[in-house]
Design a protein around this ligand. Structure first.
Ligand code: DGL
Length: 268
C-alpha cells in the first residue's frame, strides 16, 4: 500500500485526457497534475529543450512526494523516455507504447497513420514501436503543428478547427490507412472533428485509456494501491494563467477542477 499521489504531467492541458482515464479506472488514487502551458507547445522545440523541460517537470512533481510518474505527453516521452526511465527510483509510465500496441491490434489492412507534434514525428518512435510489433505494417506519419495551439485555445469543434484538420488529414487518408494513432495527448480533444473529416471507416486510437490500464497494471504489480478508506486528493498546477487552466481544464474534466495553483517551473 502507498498513499502518495500519482504524478502526471504534460506541456499543457492535453495530459488531462490521460488523467481523466486514470481517474475513471482508479478512482481511489490521488493525483497531482502539472500542465506546462506557459512553455507549450513542446512539439516545436528542440530535443535538448524538451529534455530540459521534462526533467524540470519531473523534479517539480517529485517535490510533491509522488509514487509514480506518468509522462502524459508524447513529445516528452519521445524525446526523453530513455533518460527518464533510468534516472528515478519510482515507476515511470509513458504514452507511446500503449498507443502503438493498440493500433497494431486494430488495423486490418496493415496501414496505420500516426499524427503528432513535429518533435514526436521526427523522432520516429511510433515507426520503431509499431515495426517491432509487426514489421509488415506500413506507417504513414504526419506532424500537425497547428493542432496543439487550437486545443490550448479551446477551438476543438469550430470551423477553423475543421479546416485545419482537413488540411492535415486528407492527404493522409489518400494513403489508404484504416487506423490513425492520435500521437499527442492534446489530440483526443479534436477527436470529434477528426472523425468528421476522416469518416467512420478509419479507427482513431486514443491512447489515454490504454495508458490508464498500464498505470493500473504497474500499481497492482508493485502493490502500491492507495488505502481505500481515505478519500483521494487531486491537485492541479500550471505554469501559466490559473484562470485559463481552470476554465479549459474543466471543459475536459467536466468541472472536477476546483482550484489550480501557479508554479514557477524554471526554479526546478
Ligand atoms: N501534449 C503533448 C504531446 O502529447 C505536447 C504537445 C505540445 O506541447 O506540442 O505531444
Amino acid at each position: 500500500m502507498d498513499n502518495r499521489p500519482i504524478g502526471v504531467f504534460d506541456s499543457g492541458l492535453g495530459g488531462l485526457t490521460v488523467l481523466n482515464e486514470i481517474n475513471n479506472l482508479l478512482p481511489l488514487e490521488s493525483i497531482v497534475y502539472f500542465g506546462d502551458s506557459g512553455r507549450a507547445p513542446y512539439g516545436t522545440k528542440s530535443e535538448e529543450t524538451v529534455i530540459k523541460y521534462t526533467f524540470q517537470d519531473i523534479r517539480f512533481l517529485l517535490n510533491q512526494d509522488i509514487k509514480m510518474i506518468v509522462i502524459a505527453c508524447n513529445t516528452a516521452s519521445a524525446c526523453s523516455l530513455k533518460l527518464v526511465k533510468n534516472n528515478f527510483d519510482i515507476p515511470v509510465v509513458e504514452v507511446v507504447q500503449p498507443g502503438a500496441s493498440t493500433a497494431v491490434t486494430k488495423t486490418k489492412n496493415k496501414k496505420i497513420g500516426v499524427i503528432g507534434t513535429l518533435a514526436t514525428i521526427s523522432s520516429g518512435v511510433y515507426e520503431k514501436a509499431i515495426g517491432k510489433l509487426d514489421p509488415e505494417i506500413e506507417v504513414f506519419s504526419k506532424a500537425c503543428p497547428m493542432f496543439v495551439p487550437l486545443v490550448e485555445e479551446g477551438w476543438w469543434e469550430n470551423d477553423i478547427a475543421q479546416r485545419i484538420v482537413e488540411e492535415y488529414m486528407l492527404p493522409l487518408m489518400e494513403q489508404g490507412i484504416d487506423t490513425v494513432v492520435l500521437g499527442c495527448t492534446h489530440y483526443p480533444l479534436l477527436q470529434h472533428t477528426i472523425s468528421k473529416v476522416m469518416g467512420g471507416s478509419v479507427t482513431l486510437v486514443n491512447s489515454a485509456l490504454e495508458v490508464a490500464k498500464v498505470v493500473k497494471e504497474v500499481i497492482d504489480q508493485e502493490k502500491i494501491q492507495r488505502d481505500s478508506m481515505i478519500a483521494p486528493v487531486y491537485r492541479y498546477y500550471t505554469s501559466d494563467s490559473i484562470k485559463k487552466f481552470e476554465s479549459l481544464g474543466n471543459s475536459i474534466l467536466k468541472g472536477k477542477i476546483h482550484s489550480a495553483e501557479k508554479v514557477d517551473i524554471e526554479r526546478y
